[in-house]
Design a protein around this ligand. Structure first.
Ligand SMILES: NC(=O)c1ccc[n+]([C@@H]2O[C@H](COP(=O)([O-])OP(=O)(O)OC[C@H]3O[C@@H](n4cnc5c(N)ncnc54)[C@H](O)[C@@H]3O)[C@@H](O)[C@H]2O)c1
Length: 246
């Protein structure tokens, strides 16, 4: 499958590609910051429609995994989250329609579920949030659902937990993870779920939670993802100790 992945040079992107590589997909990797890769790369801004149109040309699927950087308190202001996360997502869906691309995966976040204080959250809880990060993720999901309905694009919003490099046990900021938490999510597990969804011809619009730990099965409705996609996490962080009193 020919797949465009945005934010591919980022923390998630660098691990998410692995299951796609294992299947021998033809990848076009896009990021605004240059990075080295053995795949075709596009260095450009997702907020620029012309660039996005060129990046999407000839592709069969898109995985939207970019995000505005958190530097300079950028999420205290609406400009970058909305210019990059939201406008970038709208540009990519527009480009999908114009290029006849029928499958898209949007990397969302559990932040769109945080408002609900229930112990067990359904995977398809309507998105709602506060703050410019959470609001930008809500808008991404709303754009995704709208395009899925209007243009018959098959779309999955992956509500991913706390992303960790399961080989080094570090998060995006290089912080060491010593204990297992329910939301811990290996980047490759996210890639695997995205890839499994893209293989499916029978699914239209889906919201999935994606974590790697058994502790997320019921509280975060991870079992739905497992059952629906016939998947189970490969990197379950079983090698990390569980904190006492859990
Ligand atoms: N890190 C986590 O724990 C976590 C948790 C939940 C959801 N997510 C989601 O995962 C996705 C990836 O996050 P990440 O942690 O890998 O972030 P990251 O900052 O490491 O990666 C994002 C990438 O997007 C690129 N980017 C920024 N602006 C761009 C633009 N204008 N055009 C093209 N590319 C641009 C950046 O250069 C970067 O490489 C995001 O959608 C984020 O909301 C992350």
């Amino acid at each position: 499958m020919k797949v465009l992945i945005t934010g591919a040079g980022g923390f998630l992107g660098r691990g998410l590609v692995v299951p796609f590589e294992e299947r021998g997909d033809s990848l076009r990797l896009m990021d605004v910051v240059s990075f080295s890769s053995r795949h075709e790369t596009v260095i450009g801004d997702v907020a620029d429609l012309e660039t996005v149109m060129k990046a999407a040309a000839g592709m069969e699927a898109i995985v939207i995994a970019h995000m505005a950087p958190r530097t300079n308190n950028s999420y205290d202001f609406p400009t970058l989250p909305f210019d990059i996360n939201v406008k970038g997502t709208a540009n990519l869906f527009h480009a999908a329609v114009k290029n006849g691309i029928k499958k898209v995966v949007v990397i969302s976040s559990t932040s769109v579920m945080d408002y609900c204080k229930s112990e067990n959250l359904p995977h398809d809880l309507p998105p709602m949030s506060r703050g410019f990060y959470g609001l930008s993720k809500v808008c991404q999901e709303m754009i995704a659902e709208s395009f899925a309905l209007e243009h018959k694009i098959r779309v999955a919003c992956l509500r991913v937990g706390y992303i960790v490099d399961g080989d080094k046990n570090v998060d995006k900021y290089g912080r060491k993870i010593e204990e297992r938490a329910p939301l811990d999510t290996d980047r490759r597990d996210i890639g695997e779920v995205a890839r499994l969804f893209l293989d499916r011809e029978d699914l239209t619009f889906e919201r999935f939670t994606v974590m790697s730990t058994p502790e997320a099965m019921i509280p975060w409705d991870l079992r739905y993802t497992c059952e629906r996609l016939n998947w189970k996490p490969k990197y379950d962080f079983s090698w990390l100790r569980i904190p006492p009193n859990k």
